[in-house]
Design a protein around this ligand. Structure first.
Ligand code: FPP
Length: 234
């Protein structure tokens, strides 16, 4: 079995987790943000090189203004609390998504996190904010079309060449995609990048997704026989 270099997680169930405890949905997002640190450290220890987390989708703007505003403030809280530790651990932060559509203060905090960890070579901790995969592919197609019009590219483009136009151009393909909280959907996440990923769905809500659950997911990944369209090895 190939090593899991790149794991991606759809961090679902914060709202239900909070409701179960009689707390507002925002309390779930706060616990969820703290869990990002816990799971990033665990992933690093387990040998994962790229961890890509879905924090806010292009569809999440439909939520109440209060909830959206709260999530937009989370990066400031999160990086203030943990950025120094991430730097000390050698983590490199990368933000995926259309950042210029975020509130200016949120965008600034995210860009600073990227900038201050740019030279780190450890775990690549990738946070998707205002990200949607169909939109990412559409923007890539437009950028390619523009390059063709300007004679910077031609029609010989292949899959590897197209990947250079995606927001994830610096990452290897996703090996393992995890979704928490019992839902079994992809929700417009990394559609190109998960072409050959193993999918694992767990019942735990994101704030309850512990390092032990991550290990369980990795064991399940390792037990699967990845064939990439080829023939089973016997
Ligand atoms: C899905 O649960 C979760 C979200 C839309 C927000 C995820 C955000 C975080 C975990 C915070 C991370 C942010 C940073 C910057 C580290 P849900 O609200 O859809 O839960 P529900 O399905 O139970 O309602």
């Amino acid at each position: 079995m190939e090593k899991c270099r790149h794991a991606a997680i759809i961090m679902d169930g914060n709202g239900r987790w909070a409701k179960k405890q009689g707390k507002p949905r925002t309390a779930g997002h706060l616990a969820g943000a703290d869990n990002v640190r816990t799971i990033a450290i665990a992933a690093d220890k387990l040998g994962i090189e790229y961890l890509t987390l879905y924090a806010f989708s292009t569809e999440n703007w439909k939520r109440s203004a209060d909830e959206v505003n709260y999530i937009m403030k989370l990066p400031a809280f999160f990086f203030k609390k943990y950025m120094q530790e991430f730097i000390d651990r050698g983590f490199r932060m990368r933000i995926i998504g259309e950042l210029d559509a975020l509130p200016a203060a949120t965008e600034q905090v995210l860009r600073e996190a990227e900038e201050s960890s740019r030279s780190n070579t450890g775990l690549s901790l990738n946070i998707c904010m205002n990200y949607g995969s169909q939109r990412e592919i559409l923007l890539a197609a437009k950028a390619y079309a523009r390059d063709v019009l300007e004679n910077k590219a031609d029609l010989s483009l292949d899959e590897a060449g197209f990947e250079k136009y995606l927001m994830t151009k610096d990452f290897p393909p996703v090996d393992l995609l995890i979704r928490t909280s019992g839902e079994q959907r992809i929700s417009n996440y990394l559609l190109w990048q998960i072409a050959y990923a193993e999918l694992v769905f767990v019942d735990e809500a994101w704030p309850d997704f512990t390092p032990e659950v991550l290990e369980r997911c990795l064991r399940e990944y390792e037990e699967r026989d990845r064939r990439f369209g080829g023939i089973r090895n016997v």
